[in-house]
Write a new protein. Structure first.
Length: 501
């Protein structure tokens, strides 16, 4: 994959971060970087005053740095900013950060040598992964602390995970046949200014979140069939009267999944109720709104992944302009929106699960048990779903509205986008489990509707689930069943089976 700084996609990020695709710097991008670098070198030689090049940083921008101190300034910047704490970021997020940082430099407005982007690419290709603590970024002036831990390995410091195990950063580079960099003017600043932590996490969550949103249609349709609901609310003309893109797409998906249903046909002429509860009837509206929220995140990501996000920016005409492209607000707001959306996907799922286990509402055996009373069946899995949704409601609080000033009040409004992104990962994790629980309950409910068959797509999905999780005849620990159902969601197998893949 050639990094041009202009056309990286969410699918590209997932391919490099998780599938190990090899990357290289595009030659045209390298030339743009050389042109930008020439401007910085000329200004340093002429003794010009440029923020972060011949001055200190943040509130220390009024401190003059002499030309013979430029390299020390950049090295000190990286060292002083490695202040991250907390759990370490997983390998796929670290790889996404490496890729996105290289692509941002490839835009050619950062004033750095191509060698920086080339080393980032080489670290990806050789699986030299900086050890990066997850906490410490306020999401303005970039994801400073996390990116400093990344940059530390590039200068032969810090720690790295490698195919042969963790080791000091310099040793990791040497073992991979790579050499550490001696940073020049502005190069440390260019590595630290940027939104690559929040952007990397958001890209990976979006990749998985889209699959989960489509899988929610499958699982919700299974619940509808198990409770003998009607597909009337998914009518194409009705949906077209309010044509939000996500709503239209979800309704079409539901109609496909329910096509050929013997259960639906059995009560089509005289339905046992005229209208289903909202958690069934309003799936196009709710699941569709989630899809629309994820579309908004993708629109923001498409710009952010191919943008110059450091400061100052260096233009080919010789201008060096200070600004705020490092501020994470565009990402922070989109991330918070996605958090809320995925929380709603879990919230409506839990409501369907609650109905499935309630014999007064479902028309199914109490708690989906073959011997209610003697056996508790799936009673407690709904408690688990409820507990997770309660946690999700807390995680969904928007981080972007909680600014805390930094750098002696020079950085007096920050995005907290990194906090939002870390919460977004947790939201996805818990939402997947909530939907896995619904899948178990819906499949158990459909077993009681036999010999009538659900729609063909749903029958395939249930068959795939039953390969891993048998019908609950005797009480057993549900935890392994939840884990197995979740695996089918995460891998995309359940969705692929339903959609004929």
């Amino acid at each position: 994959m050639l990094l041009t700084g202009r056309d990286l996609t969410v699918a590209d990020v997932a391919a490099v971060a998780r599938d190990g695709w090899q990357v290289a710097l595009d030659p045209d991008a390298a030339e743009r970087m050389r042109v930008s670098r020439t401007v910085i070198e000329r200004l340093v030689a002429e003794g010009g005053t440029v923020y972060g090049v011949t001055t200190g940083f943040g509130d220390l921008a009024n401190v003059r740095i002499e030309p013979d101190q430029v390299a020390e300034l950049q090295r000190n910047l990286v060292r002083s900013h490695t202040a991250g704490v907390g759990d370490l970021l997983p390998a796929d997020v670290v790889r996404a950060m490496l890729l996105l940082r290289a692509n941002a430099l490839a835009v050619g407005l950062s004033g750095v040598r191509p060698e920086l982007a080339e080393l980032l690419c080489a670290m990806l290709n050789e699986s030299v992964h900086p050890v990066i603590p997850s906490r410490g970024s306020v999401g303005a002036s970039g994801d400073l602390a996390p990116l400093a831990h990344l940059a530390a390995v590039m200068i032969g410091e810090g720690e790295a995970d490698t195919p042969t195990g963790p080791m000091p950063g310099g040793d990791a580079l040497l073992a991979a046949g790579l050499a550490p960099l001696e940073l020049g003017a502005k190069e440390g600043l260019a590595l630290l200014n940027g939104t690559q932590l929040m952007t990397g996490i958001a890209a990976l969550v979006l990749h998985d979140g889209r699959r989960l949103a489509a899988s929610a249609d499958v699982i919700g349709a299974m619940s509808l069939e198990a409770m003998q609901g009607t597909a009337a609310a998914f009518d194409e003309a009705l949906i077209g009267a309010r044509p939000h893109p996500g709503q239209v797409a979800v309704a079409a998906h539901l109609r496909e999944l329910l096509d050929g249903s013997e259960i639906g046909a059995s009560h089509a002429a005289s339905p046992h109720r005229l209208q289903d509860p909202y958690s069934l009837r309003c799936m196009p509206q709710v699941h569709g709104a989630v899809r629309d929220a994820l579309d908004q995140l993708e629109r923001v990501l498409a710009v952010e992944m191919n943008a110059a996000t450091d400061n100052p920016l260096v233009f080919a005409d010789g201008r060096v302009v200070s600004g705020g492209n490092f501020h994470g607000e565009p990402m922070a707001l989109a991330i918070d929106y996605a958090k809320i959306a995925l929380t709603e996907l879990a919230s409506i799922s839990e409501r369907r699960t609650a109905r499935l286990v309630d014999a007064h509402l479902s028309g199914l055996p109490p708690f989906l048990s073959d011997a209610p009373g003697l056996r508790s069946g799936l009673m407690i899995v709904q408690y688990t779903a409820a507990a997770l949704v309660n946690e999700l409601q807390t995680l969904a609080h928007p981080a972007s509205v909680d600014s805390i000033p930094t750098s002696a009040n020079q950085e007096d409004h920050v995005s907290m986008g990194a906090t939002g992104a870390l919460h977004l990962r947790e939201v996805l994790n818990r939402a997947q489990t909530v939907l896995a629980i619904e899948a178990l309950c819906a499949a158990q409910g459909l077993d009681y509707r036999a010999p009538m068959r659900p729609g063909a797509g749903l029958a395939r999905a249930i068959a795939r689930l039953r390969e891993r999780v048998p019908h609950l005849a005797e009480d057993r620990s549900p935890a392994p069943d939840i884990a197995a159902a979740r695996d089918l969601l995460e891998s995309g197998e359940l969705l692929a089976a339903a959609d004929g893949g």
